[in-house]
Design a protein around this ligand. Structure first.
Ligand code: NAP
Ligand code: MG
Length: 499
């Protein structure tokens, strides 16, 4: 697609949206919330209204849960052979690819992120994660258990779908986060209710429609739109068996609390404050490019963002200089602007929050190398920001900022334990990276680090077969890979008296 075609299509898509309302998808029916209430969805690159969406309440949640429960227990999905489920999931991946440009345009309107990134990372990632999960559908096996009890017994296990799953997703990678939860749930035979973030409902709705189009029976994939209350109503609902959530630590904790009511199972992916540790032998050009991208990609709105840089004093000045240069060279703009490399913060409120933490950091003694400003233009942009001389105890270092804000700290100590101690000194444990040419140093550091994912000479990586998730307050459980399947299954043991 040429630049001109893209811009024309984006304008058309916005016009179409502004002439419509965004409906819930429950069973095979599309409609507004029963109360008639709606909320406003905006384009964060301009601040303009895009569309109004159904603002669902408890009664809508009741209806969605009933549809998902019916599809789980009766009807074609409940009897479908695993290989058939796999085919449908694969067909949904094909449908995503066939609609890739349309979906990427929607994603770009909703998040403001560069269209090319939406197309090649978000949408391409969504179809590839789905295909990976399609392959698991007929491989969810049980086992036999040798018995030492008196008598003659046959003991075997089956992994059964856990039930009705509520997938509550964030706004930073909207369609990919939906797929990351719905893919494994469908592979094992669950039914789902997707509740996308209020800021970014567009692709979730399209995803639900495509699922129906490729032949998923009604009620298997439902999409419920709404603001914070809708998510809370799902979490509080006794008919929901499992909640899988990506978002803030605060909401994650409230989900754990609410889930206690019927002891629904919970998977949480809650972000982090990931360290990048640079040793003096590392290749300066590669480290500069890699660490800058680790914090500026998606405007820093990435759960694994490399937000704390620990660099050996010998490399500190030249590395900071280069990262600053890269940051200043990023082209700020909306998703459809030519050559754009840095999109906006998701909302005005989020940008104010990012700026508030940065200004507090400066007041607490951090030195500003670049940024800390709101570019003067429409939309919720924030300048790439580098703070040096930061240390634990400052808000900029302790809190997840979720913006293009890097905190730099030098180290002189060659004692790996001391370096690891600083890197691990955080409430989070999602990711971390080590940058060195020395294989031994790399692996020794990897061993000493507490996060769920450790990257060596890279940062920010995800692959359908790689377990993704964190330790400490970064969450519970792992997504992607075979490891995630058990989060959507209950194991049933069957004992036979062979007489
Ligand atoms: P959030 O409130 O945690 O939102 C994430 C999802 O949870 C949304 O779908 C949201 O729905 C839903 N939700 C909100 N309150 C809920 C409740 N009580 N029960 C159940 N679901 C609920 O995140 P945010 O406020 O948009 O962002 C705040 C911070 O969260 C960010 O600054 C960042 O630090 C972190 N975050 C992390 C990730 C990640 O990838 N780990 C992603 C996004 C944000 P509504 O949109 O309708 O409120
Ligand atoms: Mg929120």
């Amino acid at each position: 697609m040429t630049e001109t075609d893209l811009k024309t299509r984006a304008i058309d898509a916005k016009a179409q949206l502004s002439n419509s309302v965004l409906d819930n998808l429950i069973g095979s029916g599309r409609g507004q919330a029963k109360s008639g209430k709606r909320f406003r969805v905006e384009d964060p690159a301009t601040g303009e209204a895009v569309v109004e969406a159904a603002d669902s309440a408890e009664v809508d949640v009741d209806e969605a849960v009933a549809a998902a429960r019916a599809a789980l227990e009766t009807g074609p999905w409940s009897k479908m052979k695993p290989a058939e489920r796999g085919k449908l999931i694969w067909a949904l991946a094909d449908a995503i690819d066939a609609h890739a440009e349309e979906l990427a345009i929607l994603e770009s309107i909703d998040t403001g992120k560069p269209y090319q990134e939406a197309l090649t990372i978000d949408v391409a990632g969504a179809s590839s994660e789905l295909r990976y999960m399609a392959g698991w559908a007929n491989k969810v096996e049980g086992r036999t258990v040798p018995s030492s009890a008196e008598g003659d017994w046959l003991i075997y296990t089956e992994r059964r779908p856990i039930g009705v799953v509520a997938a509550i997703t964030p706004w930073n990678f909207p369609i990919m986060m939906v797929v990351r939860k719905v893919g494994p749930a469908l592979a094992v035979g669950c039914t789902v209710i997707v509740k996308p973030a209020e800021q970014t409902p567009l692709t979730a709705v399209r995803f639900g429609e495509l699922a129906l189009e490729v032949g998923f029976p009604p009620g298997v994939v439902n999409v419920l739109l709404g603001q914070g209350e809708t998510g809370a109503a799902l979490v509080n609902h006794d008919g929901v068996d499992k909640v899988t959530f990506t978002g803030s630590v605060e909401v994650g904790k409230s989900i754990v609390g609410a889930s206690a009511k019927n002891l629904k199972k919970v998977t949480l992916e809650l972000g982090g404050k990931s360290p990048m540790i640079v040793f003096p032998d590392a290749d300066l050009d590669a480290v500069a490019a890699g660490t800058a991208s680790a914090i500026f990609f998606n405007a820093g709105q990435v759960c694994t963002a490399g937000s704390r840089l620990f660099v050996h004093e010998r490399l500190r000045e030249p590395l900071v200089e280069r990262i600053v240069e890269i940051g200043k060279g990023l082209k700020i703009g909306g998703g459809f602007d030519d050559g754009v490399t840095l999109g906006p913060m998701i909302s005005s409120a989020h940008r104010d929050r990012v700026d508030g933490i940065v200004q507090a950091g400066i007041a607490q003694g951090a030195d500003l190398a670049t940024g800390a400003t709101k570019p003067e233009r429409d939309g919720y942009f924030y300048a790439p920001t580098v703070l040096t001389g930061t240390k634990a105890g400052m808000d900029v270092v302790d809190q997840e900022i979720f913006g293009p804000v890097l905190c730099v700290q030098g180290f002189e100590d060659d004692d790996l334990d001391a370096v690891a101690q600083q890197a691990n000194n955080t409430a989070f444990g999602l990711a971390g990276s080590v940058w060195t040419k020395d294989l031994s140093t790399a692996h020794k550091m990897a061993r000493r680090m507490t996060p769920g994912m450790v990257f060596i000479n890279l940062h920010n990586f995800s692959e359908p077969g790689m377990p993704f998730g964190g330790t400490k307050q970064s969450g519970w459980g792992r997504e992607c890979s075979e490891d995630t399947l058990d989060a959507y299954c209950e194991t049933r043991s069957v004992v036979v008296n062979l007489g």
